[in-house]
Write a new protein. Structure first.
Length: 387
């Protein structure tokens, strides 16, 4: 591993303290506080930790800023060619997606920005629009607000972290694509069919749902019964499954089978996104067992369950091994900096030691060789670099 946990570094630091040390009276909570402060300084000046996060955009058109967020580098999504597609920044994007639009849709109303469209021009529409989508950072609500065309998409962001917070835990996210009960006369989903999803409480099991196709309340209705009608299309089936996961059957006093799960889908889509929200156990959701499921799931699901984001648990603050000695020097220097009874020469020596170790750490983290320069200079050519 090229990183060391902060707790391990503090333990090593304490082992070096003896009765002749100026920091012999330092308490563990003081050392931890100084270690986190030093880690933040080294992160900004030396490491420049870039972290990544994926989020699925729900109907509220906002995603939360991750813990330790300092500066956004880029945000976008991946297209079918496995390329990063950046979003555009829009300073006048509304920070509250629940506010209703007040623009009149009547083309002959002079209050409509497209008034005089009958003349062959659209007045008031402004310049060109980015069809990929827009974002705006909302620091007051600790979120990133997004434009409406991004609903249902999985966004990928890169940001600079202060390095002191726990690494952001990742929710486990999968998607299911549903068939219809009746599709142009062809029956796809039948009464009694079953399908299964990975269990929210175990990495080695799954939960089975049954389908009831009936106009009347089916017998034996449970929180794992998907109640459909013979005329339901793909979008209706997807919406009913979403309601089953989120609400159960509230009209009949049946609660959701597990509150860890939440479901969402974009209006008019056959795809439902399932989010496993138990972040304390994210690392237990294994792909190997849970996704060895039936391909067609008895005709209920028209393709294999897709993994959108692998869940992961939070990680403790850590420091790169190149910066370890610099952090130890910072802890010692800051502890004795304002202590009385410590010689000024000792304080100056500690200060010089810290800045020297910081300089060395920066040099190690930012090494640039001739080979790297040649590769960069010739990256636009097919021929190999002349080394």
């Amino acid at each position: 591993m090229d990183y060391t946990n902060i707790d391990e570094l503090i333990n090593d630091f304490q082992l070096m303290i003896d009765d002749t040390s100026y920091d012999k009276d330092a308490q563990i909570y003081q050392l931890r506080l100084l270690a986190l402060q030093g880690l933040r300084e080294l992160t900004f000046d030396v490491e420049q930790v870039v972290r990544t996060q994926q989020e699925v955009v729900t109907s509220n058109l906002a995603i939360s800023l991750p813990g330790g967020f300092v500066k956004l580098l880029r945000i976008g999504f991946k297209n079918s060619n496995n390329e990063f597609v950046p979003l555009g920044y829009k300073s006048n994007l509304s920070l509250d997606s629940t506010v209703a639009s007040q623009v009149n849709d009547d083309l002959y109303d002079e209050n409509n920005p497209y008034y005089h469209v009958d003349l062959g021009k659209k007045f008031g529409i402004g310049g060109g629009q980015n069809t990929l989508g827009y974002y705006r950072i909302n620091r007051n609500d600790n979120a990133i607000n997004l434009s409406s065309e991004l609903a249902g998409k999985t966004l990928f962001m890169e940001y600079i972290s202060d390095g002191t917070s726990l690494s952001s835990p990742q929710n486990h996210i999968i998607s299911l694509s549903f068939n219809a009960v009746n599709n142009a006369g062809f029956v796809l989903i039948e009464d009694g069919d079953t399908f299964r999803i990975p269990s929210p409480t175990s990495s080695t099991s799954y939960n089975t749902f049954s389908v009831k196709v009936s106009t009347e309340v089916p017998a034996g209705l449970t929180n794992k019964t998907l109640w459909l009608k013979s005329t339901d299309g793909t979008t209706t089936v997807a919406n009913k499954f979403k309601e089953l996961i989120n609400n159960g059957h509230p009209d009949y006093g049946i609660t959701p089978f597990n509150t860890i799960l939440t479901a969402s889908n974009v209006s008019g889509s056959r795809i439902v996104t399932l989010t496993y929200n138990d972040r304390s156990a994210q690392s237990s959701y294994g792909v190997g067992t849970n996704y060895e499921l039936d391909v067609y799931q008895n005709n209920v699901i028209n393709k294999e369950i897709e993994l959108i984001q692998q869940g992961s648990a939070a990680r403790q603050p850590r420091v790169h091994k190149f910066c370890e000695e610099a952090l130890r020097s910072y802890i010692y220097y800051k502890y004795i900096q304002r202590k009385r009874g410590i010689p000024a020469n000792e304080k100056q020596a500690a200060k010089r030691a810290y800045f020297n170790e910081k300089r060395l750490a920066r040099a190690r983290m930012m090494n640039f060789s001739k080979e790297t320069a040649m590769q960069v200079s010739r990256k636009a050519f097919k021929q190999s670099p002349k080394l």
